[in-house]
Design a protein around this ligand. Sequence first.
Ligand SMILES: Cc1cc2nc3c(=O)[nH]c(=O)nc-3n(C[C@H](O)[C@H](O)[C@H](O)COP(=O)(O)OP(=O)(O)OC[C@H]3O[C@@H](n4cnc5c(N)ncnc54)[C@H](O)[C@@H]3O)c2cc1C
Length: 402
Amino acid sequence: MRYTLPPNNQYDYIIAGAGCAGLSLLMRILENPFLSNKQILVIDEAPKNLNDRTWCFWETSPGLFEPVVHHRWPRLNFYSQAFSSPINITPYEYKMIRGIDFYTYVLQKAQQYPNVHFHFGKITSSGNEDRLGYVLTDGEKLYANYVFNSILPKFRQADHTSLHKAPSRQAGTSSLLQHFKGWLIETPENIFDDTAATFMDFRVGQQKATTFVYVLPVAPNKALVEFTLVSERLLDQIDYGQGLTSYINNYVTKGAYTVLDEEFGVIPMTDFRFAPSNGRVINIGTAGGQTKASSGFTFQFIQKHSEVMVQLLAGGKHPTARTSFLQKRFHLYDSILLHILQTGKMQGADIFARMFKKIRPKTILRFLDNKSTLIEELGIMASMPARIFLPVAIQKINRLRK
Ligand SMILES: Cc1cc2nc3c(=O)[nH]c(=O)nc-3n(C[C@H](O)[C@H](O)[C@H](O)COP(=O)(O)OP(=O)(O)OC[C@H]3O[C@@H](n4cnc5c(N)ncnc54)[C@H](O)[C@@H]3O)c2cc1C
């Protein structure tokens, strides 16, 4: 699809990358009466017509994307060798949105707006010129008041190895990958309780890396089972398949099942500080640091970030949100946890088992959402072995003060 230039050859906004962050922002702009008539160009290298991922997240009330929630669970389960328990997450619900439903929903909404233009092409760079932001796509420079960029810098792009081969631009940062393969399986009989999802199951080998499985039943005979590792390197594809087969045989069903669909994903987990913006180019999504370094959860952080940006734009302000003290505090916790995982000082299975054994699930979810109170965080820290966590915390705090 070819873009149309607005009357003065300049867009109000260019959204570079029509993924989760780009389309979440577009949706919020279109919902805002002060912004919905802006000239917007959305660019992606490919049309969003595949179900390339599923997002899970938790919330207490319906969010903007409630109409496309595919399944929801009022209860979760946690399993590990040391501790297993059902988890009461009231007042939260754990929700799943399928990528394809999300893309279709936003794109259908955008079709109602003649001021929203689409272009499929590869963006090769972005920057600032004459007090405007620009992107370079297919040899052409396109300008806007603001460019919202969700394309990762080249050296962090997920060919999934360059992340680690890249020269470290920020000394002392940790970088891991959360990588997973998921199978949507169907069984001949109804064997799943589709009112409860397995949040994490660590009862699998931990020799290669922190490894866990989550099981998301979407019907009594259908579930998405995801075999997940947190490590520096990816596995051979065959190993994910073996991990899934073995888990399903041991913990899901000894009987027959059909694999209906497959998902593979890699999420960078890093405390590298992504620049929030460069002049008129605002970084969003994973490229804007919205992936929580210690968990990989991103969906809800993208929603919060889009909301703040839209508020700033509607108020006539530059859309870069200031980093709050609260965000710095959670960045510190993420750094500590990531360092401990990367150096193998403690296994992820032990960390989460201790947490779920000692801390109320609601508090853990708030903590993972960067919404807990200092008192709650002190409680979580107290649940971890001080001899491991304290020296790392001191090292990280000292680095911050330099
Ligand atoms: C398989 C998978 C499952 C995930 N599950 C969860 C989950 O359950 N919960 C959660 O919170 N997070 C999850 N995440 C993490 C995170 O939410 C997603 O990665 C999310 O899609 C990030 O949004 P984004 O907009 O930053 O990146 P993307 O959604 O990847 O969007 C980037 C867009 O930019 C386009 N693009 C890239 N390069 C170029 C270029 N040079 N030119 C033009 N276009 C380009 C891409 O085609 C893409 O559409 C998951 C990630 C993956 C990969």
